[in-house]
Design a protein around this ligand. Structure first.
Ligand code: SF4
Length: 427
């Protein structure tokens, strides 16, 4: 009973959302393609909508699903690769060939050219990125189309395009005497393919939480300022660590004229931060860190840079999921860590490192609720479909969008001081 799923099912009130205790088919009933999708994605035909998972999979026991998933995986062999994000629940991650962050996983799939199908147990933008980077003929499947990312949804292509038009009207489009253009768009990996394509088309770039500082340096070599979306916290924390004053980082609220700013504020801005955030990382606060320090003197507090700035300031360190994992691996036995990131990953780190004490700063069980929608029932359904020659929930990024998005991703790769690490093989 150590998994997050078991905890939530046993006591829904212990979690941040009691709906998590229900099967996803109980509340994903509205027809639609699911959150976090690029509006330019090609909608699969036929599309089984969220909530329409065949009843036999909804009612199957845990043991039955385990038997069926294992059998299908074995039958598909090397034609299949299953990717599991760090934040995915253990009931699903146990079947993953690779476990990692979104970009590590997209790269991991490239190391399996014989795989005809990539089943991505993450959220929508991750499957889109895998499809953009996949080799010709490889299919990418998202087991539940309702598995989106609430942060990715906070910046859509229409709002960003409208913002860009306002900025062009204010700043003009001509480079200054140093050859720097007025503004460079930077999108976090956690965004739709359409926004990555926007960056590709407008001289911009993609970043991850691992390389955001390197990417901002790249942008400032080419532009006078940066428009950073969708996560305000990653943008603010990264720019602040680079020495940029928070006064020079106005927020852009897409619902307000000029994003809620004066023209003067925008003219002096260095980084324009989009009004987006991660609902999981937003829950961490300074009081949790203070309590951890009282309860565990000497505790090492590491938080993800998607946390609000006061939390990052109060922590000992801030870093990506990969940074957190490596810091724990490198510590001498007997260390105590308080971690500010998604609870599935924190619990897994504790299980993998019994020599340390590792706990989540948030006392309430709050998984990434959208990623949690990849229930083993959906995985069994997609895998058995493949065995029977049926492809369910394929994610296809429209070729024009994929082409431009790839440009922005390739700029990120070229900007890196060292190659991106491959996803960790998972046994
Ligand atoms: S943890 Fe937050 S940013 Fe990551 S996929 Fe979930 S909602 Fe999106």
């Amino acid at each position: 009973m150590s998994s997050v799923n078991a905890t939530i099912v046993a006591d829904p009130a212990a979690s941040c959302d009691t709906d998590l205790a229900k099967g996803p088919w109980n509340f994903d009933l509205a027809p639609g393609y699911g959150p976090g999708a690029s509006e330019y994605d090609v909608i699969p035909d036929p599309t089984v909508r969220p909530g329409q998972l065949p009843v036999e999979y909804q009612r199957a026991s845990e043991e039955d699903l385990h038997r069926r998933i294992s059998a299908a995986k074995k039958a598909l062999g090397s034609k299949l690769v299953i990717l599991g994000h760090f934040y995915q629940r253990d009931e699903v991650v146990q079947y993953a060939d690779f476990v990692g962050d979104s970009f590590q996983l997209a790269n991991a799939a490239l190391t399996m050219p014989e795989a005809e199908t990539i089943v991505f147990c993450g959220v929508h933008f991750m499957a889109e990125t895998a499809d953009i980077l996949a080799r010709e003929g490889q299919k990418v499947i998202l087991p539940n189309l309702a598995a989106g990312c609430s942060m990715a949804d906070m910046a859509d292509i229409d709002s960003v395009t409208a913002c860009w038009e306002d900025l062009e009207a204010l700043y003009g489009t001509e480079p200054d005497a140093d050859g720097k253009v007025p503004v460079i768009p930077v999108t976090y990996m956690n965004s739709s393919a359409a926004l990555k394509a926007f960056c590709g088309e407008h001289g911009g770039i993609v970043c991850t939480s691992s390389n955001a500082a390197t990417v901002l340096e790249w942008a400032f070599e080419r532009g006078q300022r940066v428009l950073f979306f969708p996560d305000q916290h990653l943008g603010r924390n990264t720019a602040k660590a680079m020495g940029i004053s928070v006064d020079d980082m106005p927020m852009w609220n897409p619902r307000k004229p000029l994003g809620g700013n004066s023209g003067d504020d925008l003219l002096s801005a260095k980084v324009l931060l989009w009004h987006g955030f991660c609902s999981v990382h937003k829950r961490f606060n300074v009081a949790q860190i203070e309590k951890a320090r009282i309860d565990f003197p000497g505790v090492r507090v590491i938080v993800h840079p998607e946390c609000p700035m006061p939390v990052v300031d109060a922590a000992d360190e801030a870093g990506s999921t990969d940074y957190i994992r490596k810091a724990i691996e490198a510590a001498p036995p007997g260390a105590t860590f308080a971690i500010g990131t998604e609870v599935n990953m924190v619990n897994r780190l504790q299980a993998e490192h019994p020599e340390h004490t590792i706990f989540c700063l948030d006392p309430v069980v709050c998984p990434c609720s959208t990623m949690y929608r990849i229930h083993p029932g959906y995985l069994a359904w997609t895998l058995e479909g493949l065995v029977n020659g049926e492809v369910h929930n394929q994610i296809i990024v429209e070729p024009r969008i994929a082409e431009h998005a790839k440009v922005a991703l390739e700029r990120m790769l070229a900007a890196l001081p060292k190659p991106i690490a491959k996803g960790d093989p998972h046994d």
